[in-house]
Design a protein around this ligand. Structure first.
Ligand code: FAD
Length: 263
């Protein structure tokens, strides 16, 4: 089984983010890290390989491979190394100046082409990136690839060539299954990502990261379909209204809610 795990480099979740004059997120002035939520995708791929290897050990001889797919600037390889040190086998990084400021449509097109060329059976993504938080790439990948789409997986099981998930929704849990090939996105509750071991960190230094340009993927040029024209910081929160109960608090509360068309 060939598993692709999509991993993205994002600005550190705790860093204060700013928009540049070009309408893009200023990524240069903040530290970059592996998207936290993608660590769960890497962990789940490792667990799948471990559970389905004759020796019950990840990697060698199992016939299963885990390839990381990342689109981003050249320095995105730093985030990819972290995922390699967790135990993935190799990585493909798609980097090209024409990709700066890509939107979700452009990103999914490029990732889908790399995945299609690689002939993968299973694609695992995080639920969302911590910078753009669109949570649409997995669905777009499934559509572009013509793969089954199993998103928001809180647990995952592989039986033969069939994948089953428990899909976490705001209403409850849905049991879903589909034959491979499939695209899966996983939620945080699915597992506890492992820390890279010293051995893993050393091994990652020797693992292959293949860098590809748009031309390598046979894509002419790829710019965003959409453009951010303007942006403004969210206004600070107001002081709020304090209602002291002197026998009329209920009425005042209803009035307050009615003014805001909340009741
Ligand atoms: C300021 C700003 C404005 C934006 N405006 C727009 C806009 O107007 N229109 C628009 O369509 N998009 C816009 N974007 C979204 C931006 O282009 C996204 O970063 C990109 O489209 C990917 O979407 P996402 O990161 O939200 O992915 P999500 O769908 O949240 O990510 C889900 C999963 O997909 C995978 N994934 C996502 N991106 C990558 C990647 N590059 N490489 C590998 N795996 C990946 C990861 O596994 C991730 O966990 C904007 C972003 C910013 C920061």
């Amino acid at each position: 089984m060939k598993i692709a795990v999509c991993v993205k480099q994002v600005p550190d979740s705790w860093a204060e983010k700013k928009m540049g004059a070009d309408g893009l997120l200023d990524r240069a002035s903040v530290d970059s890290v592996l998207n936290d939520l993608d660590e769960y995708a890497v962990e789940e791929a490792l667990k799948l390989v471990e559970a389905h290897s004759p020796t019950n050990e990840a990697g060698e001889g199992s016939g299963h491979t885990i390839t990381l797919i990342c689109m981003g600037p050249e320095k995105a390889t730093e985030a990819v190394r972290k995922a390699l040190s967790m135990g993935a086998d190799d990585a493909i990084v798609i980097t090209d100046p024409a990709l700066a400021g890509s939107d979700a449509l452009a990103t999914s097109l490029v990732l889908a082409k790399a995945i299609k060329d690689g002939g993968f059976d299973l694609v695992i993504c995080g639920t969302e990136s911590t910078d753009a938080r669109m949570s649409v790439i997995p669905a777009m990948l499934a559509e572009r690839l013509g793969f089954a789409q199993l998103t928001f997986a809180g647990s995952l099981k592989l039986e033969g060539s069939n994948i089953s998930i428990a899909r976490q929704t705001e209403f409850g849990i849905e049991q879903m299954s589909a034959p491979m090939p499939a695209v899966i996105s996983v939620v945080e509750k699915i597992n506890e990502p492992r820390y890279p071991s010293f051995k893993g960190i050393m091994a990652a230094k020797k693992k292959t990261i293949t860098t590809k340009s748009l031309a390598d993927l046979g894509i002419d040029s790829q710019s965003a379909w959409s453009k951010v024209n303007d942006s403004a910081l969210r206004p600070p929160r107001g002081a709020g209204v304090k209602i002291v109960d002197e026998g009329e608090a209920g009425k005042k509360l209803v009035e307050f809610l009615r003014e805001r068309k909340l009741v």
